[in-house]
Design a protein around this ligand. Structure first.
Ligand code: ADP
Length: 293
C-alpha cells in the first residue's frame, strides 16, 4: 500500500465517512515535517508526514492538541488521526484557513492563553512524554516544580549538551545553577498549569475570523511563566497580547528574572539541535541567573 492510500483510509476510518484524496497541496512554514492540505470528498485536512519512527511524536502531538481542545479556552486544530507504515508517519488535523489579525485579535490571544493557564492539574508533567522540536521531552509527573524543572527540563538538556560536547565552563555553571535556582522561585506560588510548551511566534496565528489559534504544542502542566517567557524569546507577540494577558492573569514579582530560567531550556535545546552560538547564549544566560541568586 502506498503512503497516501493508507492516509486516505486512516482519515476515512477516523471520520467514519468515505474519503478520497482529490488534491494534495504542500503547506510551507513548518520546521520539521512535510505538510499538506489534503482535500477530497467535499472536505479538507492538514496532514504532516515524517519518517516512520516519528509516529510516536505525532501521537503525542495529537494528544496535546486534544488536551488543549478539551480546555475550551483557545482554538487549536482538532486532531483527526495519526499512524505510520513502512514509508512514513502521519498526523491529520482539521484544516484551518489562516487569515490575519483583526484589531482585537492579539488581545484575544492574550486572554485565551491566560484562560488556558487557569486550567490546572494536581501534579507537574503530563500523562505521557512528548518532544520539543526533534528532542525528546520527558514529562514524568512530579509534585514539586523545582524538582521537575531540575530533572526533566534543565538537567535533561544539560546532560544532552554534555553528550554533544558542550564547553566545560557552560556545564560547570549549569551544575551550579541546577543546585541553586530554586531560590529564584521563592514566593511566586507556582501551580501546575496547562501549557502549550513551544509557544514561539511560528506556532500561533489567527483564523479568517481573526480568532486566535495555537498549534504544534509540546503540552505539559507547569509554571505558566514558562509559556509566556517563550513568547518573548524569538518575538512575534505584540503589546496588546501582553497587556491582555497581564490584565486577565497578573504576573508575580520576579518574572523578568525567572523568564531567563525558563528560556534557558529552549536555548539549551537549540544548542542540542543546532550547536553553534547557542552554547555562548546559554552560558551568558546562566551567568545572569547566577548573579541574581
Ligand atoms: P512542523 O511540525 O513541521 O513545525 P507546524 O505544525 O508548525 O509544522 O505547521 C507548519 C505550518 O503549517 C504552520 O506554520 C502553519 O502555517 C500551517 N498549519 C499548521 N497547522 C495547520 C492546520 N491545522 N491547518 C492549516 N495550516 C496549518
Amino acid at each position: 500500500m502506498s503512503l497516501w492510500a493508507d492516509i486516505e483510509r486512516s482519515i476515512a476510518e477516523a471520520t467514519a465517512a468515505p474519503f478520497h484524496i482529490e488534491s494534495r497541496t504542500p503547506v510551507g512554514g513548518g520546521c520539521i515535517n512535510a505538510a499538506f492540505r489534503v482535500a477530497g470528498s467535499g472536505r479538507a485536512y492538514f496532514v504532516k508526514t515524517s519518517a516512520p519512527h516519528t509516529a510516536d511524536a505525532f501521537a503525542a502531538e495529537a494528544a496535546g492538541l486534544a488536551e488543549i481542545a478539551r480546555s475550551q479556552t483557545v482554538r487549536v486544530p482538532q486532531p483527526v488521526c495519526h499512524g505510520s507504515n513502512s514509508e512514513a508517519g502521519w498526523l491529520a488535523l482539521e484544516f484551518i484557513d489562516f487569515g490575519s489579525a483583526r484589531r482585537d485579535s492579539s488581545g484575544a490571544l492574550g486572554q485565551a492563553l491566560a484562560a488556558m493557564h487557569r486550567v490546572t492539574a494536581p501534579r507537574f508533567g503530563w500523562q505521557r512524554d512528548n518532544a520539543i522540536g526533534a528532542t525528546p521531552q520527558p514529562n514524568t509527573p512530579c509534585e514539586d516544580w523545582a524538582e521537575f524543572w531540575r530533572e526533566h527540563r534543565l538537567g535533561f538538556q544539560l546532560a544532552l549538551a554534555e553528550h554533544n560536547g558542550a564547553p566545560k565552563s557552560l556545564l560547570a555553571k549549569g551544575e551550579r545553577l541546577l543546585r541553586d535556582f530554586p531560590a529564584l522561585l521563592a514566593g511566586c506560588g507556582v501551580e501546575a498549569a496547562l501549557l502549550h510548551g513551544d509557544l514561539w511566534g511560528g506556532n500561533a496565528g489567527f483564523d479568517r475570523a481573526g480568532t486566535p489559534v495555537i498549534y504544534d504544542p509540546a503540552v505539559y502542566y507547569g509554571h505558566r511563566e514558562a509559556d509566556l517567557a517563550m513568547t518573548e524569546l524569538f518575538g512575534g507577540f505584540n503589546r496588546d497580547f501582553y497587556a491582555a494577558y497581564r490584565e486577565a492573569f497578573p504576573l508575580a514579582v520576579g518574572y523578568d528574572v525567572r523568564k531567563q530560567l525558563y528560556n534557558l531550556y529552549h536555548i539549551l535545546n537549540h544548542y542540542n539541535l543546532f550547536g553553534g552560538g547557542y552554547a555562548r547564549q546559554a552560558e551568558t544566560t546562566i551567568e545572569c541567573l547566577l548573579a541574581e541568586i
